[in-house]
Write a new protein. Sequence first.
Length: 178
Amino acid sequence: MKLTDLPIHLQNKIRRKPSKKKKRPEQGLQIAIFNFLCPLMIAQKYEQFIAFHVPNGGWRTPFEANLFKTMGVMPGVADIILLFPPDQTASLGDGMRIAASARPPRVVFVELKFDADQVNTQQAFQIRVEAMGFKYILLQAKTPDDAVRQTKQILENHGVAMKAYGAFRARSEKAKDL
């Protein structure tokens, strides 16, 4: 019996590389960041920003790799993509505000690194998006707390209010105690 005589799902299991225990510290950083971002997005009703991850990494069978390539997967895409709406108000002083678009919508690409440099495809992606005028941030962190601190700074630089997050976390903690 040849490998091609088997159903495709069995072929894929046989072709898969043997599982190796691989350390993936960047995953821990990303999980910590999204444990911070998700409650904040919910507390703000997704009005101040949206964050998401594009799952490009990981080992693939040749079939899966070809399928994803034909579906548009691009190597080197940043780990986290942040979308910010335009600023809707401008201050006139004395507490008066008028509707105006002080800043246009923004897209920020964030590449997470624990203890490594960018690979060539990530560098090429960074060059492309910066040439188009988008912001690209290489976030290097050794601990989840440091990654969250830097992410919080990125959000604050883009005008995201953290007050709602504190109130949301307090309500969440109270609900757990009930």
